[in-house]
Design a protein around this ligand. Structure first.
Ligand SMILES: CC(C)(COP(=O)(O)OP(=O)(O)OC[C@H]1O[C@@H](n2cnc3c(N)ncnc32)[C@H](O)[C@@H]1OP(=O)(O)O)[C@@H](O)C(=O)NCCC(=O)NCCS
Length: 225
C-alpha cells in the first residue's frame, strides 16, 4: 500500500495469553453496584447488535453496523461463540464476545481449533471507570480458557488472543496488559475504506444502514514483535 500523508494511521496491537495462569484478575467493582455477568445463551441478533452499537458508538466500531440479521444469526449460532453480558443492578453495562469458531487469523495458531479470540469487549459509556471493565475482562478471559467445558466437541483452549487499536478507549490496552495479556505483534496502517452495506436475502428483514470499516486485522497476518 502506498502511504497517503493525508490519511490518518491506526495502530493495532495483538495480544495473547498462552496459559490459564497468565490471567490476572482485577479488583472487583463496588458491592453496591451489584454487578453480575451472565451468558446470553439464546443467540439474538437484536441484542448483540444493541451491545455492539452501544459500546462502540464513541470508539468508532462500525464494521458490524452493516451486518444483516442473517449475518448476525449465522455468526452467533456457530458452536464456540459466546456472549457474556455484565449487568449493573439488572441493567446491561457491557459485554465480551468469545469466538472459538473462526480459524485463528493471527498467524500464531499453534494447534488449530484450540485458540479463542476475544472478538469484542467493552462497556457502555455510562458504566466506564468503576472497575466493571477490568472485572468483566477477567471473567470473560476465564470463560475463554474453560470454553471447552461448555462445548464438548472442542479441545481445551491453549491460547486466548485479541487485538485492540488506537481508536479504542484510552485505557483499553493497559487493561489487557494488566489482566496478563502480552503484545505479540503490532501493525500500523492507514484507515481502511468503509465496508459496503449488506442486504438481507429476506426482503422482510430490515437492512441495517450505516457506514462500516473492515476489521483492522481480519484475514491478515500481523508483523511479529
Ligand atoms: C476499556 C474499558 C473496557 C475499561 O473498563 P473500565 O470499567 O472503564 O475500567 P476499570 O475501571 O475496570 O479499569 C480496568 C483497567 O483499565 C485501566 N484503567 C482504567 N481507568 C484508568 C485510568 N483512569 N488511568 C489508567 N488506567 C486506567 C487500568 O489498567 C485498570 O486495571 P488496574 O486497575 O488493574 O490497573 C472501558 O473503558 C471501555 O469499554 N471503553 C470503550 C470500548 C473499548 O475500548 N473496549 C476495549 C477495546 S476493544
Amino acid at each position: 500500500m502506498n502511504a497517503d500523508p493525508g490519511k490518518p494511521t491506526v495502530t493495532t496491537w495483538f495480544l495473547e495469553q498462552t496459559a490459564p495462569d497468565d490471567l490476572r484478575e482485577a479488583r472487583p467493582p463496588e458491592p453496591s453496584a451489584d454487578v453480575s455477568v451472565v451468558r446470553a445463551q439464546v443467540p439474538s441478533a437484536d441484542f448483540s447488535r444493541f451491545l455492539y452499537s452501544s459500546v462502540g458508538a464513541d470508539v468508532e466500531w462500525t464494521d458490524r453496523l452493516a451486518w444483516t440479521y442473517a449475518r448476525w444469526r449465522e455468526w452467533l449460532e456457530r458452536p464456540g461463540v459466546e456472549t457474556w453480558v455484565a449487568y449493573e443492578r439488572g441493567t446491561p453495562a457491557g459485554y465480551i464476545e468469545l469466538d472459538g469458531a473462526t480459524p485463528d487469523t493471527s498467524g500464531r495458531a499453534i494447534r488449530p481449533g484450540r485458540s479463542v479470540e476475544i472478538s469484542y469487549f467493552g462497556l457502555l459509556p455510562a458504566f466506564r471507570g468503576r472497575r466493571i471493565g477490568g472485572h468483566l475482562l477477567g471473567f470473560g478471559t476465564a470463560r475463554a480458557w474453560d470454553l471447552a467445558r461448555r462445548w464438548p466437541d472442542r479441545q481445551p483452549t491453549n491460547r486466548v488472543w485479541l487485538h485492540t487499536c488506537s481508536k479504542d478507549g484510552p485505557h483499553a490496552l493497559r487493561n489487557y496488559q494488566r489482566r496478563g495479556f502480552r503484545i505479540f505483534a503490532k501493525e500500523v496502517a492507514q484507515e481502511p475504506a468503509p465496508a459496503p452495506v449488506e442486504q438481507d436475502a429476506d426482503p422482510a428483514a430490515p437492512a441495517v444502514p450505516g457506514p462500516g470499516r473492515p476489521e483492522p486485522s481480519q484475514g491478515s497476518r500481523p508483523a511479529e514483535m
